[in-house]
Write a protein that binds this ligand. Structure first.
Ligand SMILES: Cc1ncc(COP(=O)(O)O)c(C=O)c1O
Length: 386
């Protein structure tokens, strides 16, 4: 048996809508993207959604928008708190915009912020906290929103790994001022490549729409608060107001997104059924620390950390997995402070003990939106005797 990391969720409906777009001869951002954005915003209970070409671009545009808002904007050199474990492109836009990163350790059970360490890291200079719910598992947003409210700190959620997860019945990605999602191939829904920003704030929404589209005014809603329309139509057609990008999505992505969003509830249900089986098999296994669910995880993948005092070497476990054709990876890139690229960053770190343990002893295997309980059994059988 082979236990893959990911599998395609595209069926006849995705292929049909793709063909319709191809036959329509209209490819760049248009009505399908707009409809997808409306449905996405509705699903997650936010006023606005802005689709872009990837989750990484969503982080870039969201970060940029906070620099150009009228009040309480970010400025170069501001202190931003980030977790030691997240995907590289959580950090890149922050670095590229000249922000000062302060890395905080994670909790070994949940793999999200260690809340005590987070509290200790907050300083009068902290302007924003980036919360990342790792691999589907919600952060403790009671604690994080309290810290932000009490200290007048902006909450930014990189929710690219956790679409559909809930903390106390509220979707992750909607706790912060701004939230980002990925719709990359292997994620909870797929538009091949893709990303979405969700917000309630009309100014930030208007900024994001312009920033994804050359910093142009085209596509701004009536009453946009980020520029004043002038009389001269000729000049208005090519009017640029922000140093933006072109990270627009395609109509293909919008059209597929609508089909996939309709499937999301079922995808989540199946992912959770698989997870129940995984947890049942491994929860009392002292050799491994598995991710402790906070709220309702959307179970992107299944993490396992070889318990430090188990006497087992991760190398041995990984060899067993490789021999059995069970695909596996380091947990979300491991401790980001140990990636080569960190040499370019201006950063501080309070502590990274647990991130190092996850880096040195951890791995994850895939979860899929189809029943893979037999593959989880296969994983269990293979790991039984190490
Ligand atoms: C936490 C996090 N942020 C951002 C991204 C980037 O998303 P994308 O691959 O769509 O660019 C990922 C990708 O998985 C991620 O895990």
């Amino acid at each position: 048996m082979k236990y893959e990391m990911t599998s395609s969720t595209f069926g006849p409906s995705e292929k049909e809508v793709m063909l319709n777009v191809i036959n329509s001869d209209t490819f760049t951002m248009g009505k399908h993207v707009k409809e997808f954005e409306c449905r996405f915003a509705n699903y997650f209970g936010r006023k606005y959604a802005v689709m872009v070409n990837s989750g990484s671009s969503a982080n870039l545009i969201a970060t940029a928008s906070l620099f150009y808002r009228g009040e309480n904007s970010l400025t170069k050199g501001d202190e931003i708190i980030v977790p030691c474990i997240s995907w590289a492109t959580t950090f890149y836009p922050l670095f590229q915009y000249g922000l000062r990163l302060k890395f905080v350790d994670i909790d070994l059970d949940t793999l999200n912020y260690d809340i005590d360490e987070l509290k200790k890291a907050v300083s009068p200079e902290t302007k924003m906290i980036v919360a990342v719910s790792v691999l589907g598992n919600p952060c403790n947003f009671d604690e994080i929103t309290k810290i932000c409210d009490e200290n007048n700190i902006i909450l930014f959620e990189d929710n690219c790994e956790s679409m559909g997860a809930k903390f106390k019945d509220v979707y992750t990605g909607t706790f912060g001022l701004i939230g980002t999602f990925s719709t990359f191939f292997s994620h909870h829904i797929s538009t091949m490549e893709g990303g979405v920003i969700v917000i309630d704030d009309f100014e930030i929404y208007s900024l994001c729409k312009s920033l994804r589209n050359h910093g142009w005014t085209r596509g701004q809603e009536k009453g946009s608060v980020v520029y004043q329309e002038k009389e001269d139509d000729f000049f208005e057609a090519y009017r640029f107001i922000l140093p933006g990008y072109n990270v627009r999505p395609l109509e293909l992505q919008g059209a597929i997104g609508k089909v996939q969003l309709d499937k999301l509830n079922n995808f989540l249900k199946i992912r959770r059924e698989n997870a129940k089986h995984f947890v049942e098999l491994f929860k009392n296994d002292p050799r491994f620390i598995i991710q402790k669910e906070v709220g309702a995880s959307s179970w992107f993948c299944f993490t396992m950390i070889v318990a430090p005092r188990s006497g087992i070497e991760r190398k041995k476990a990984l060899k067993v997995l490789s021999d059995a054709e069970i695909e596996h990876r380091i947990i979300t890139g491991g401790n980001f402070l140990r990636q080569d690229v960190i040499k370019y960053f201006n950063y501080q770190v309070t502590k990274s003990v647990n991130a190092d343990i996850a880096h040195d002893n951890g791995f994850f295997v895939g979860n899929h939106p189809v029943d893979i309980r037999n593959k989880i059994d296969y994983l269990y059988e293979n790991l039984k005797n190490i």
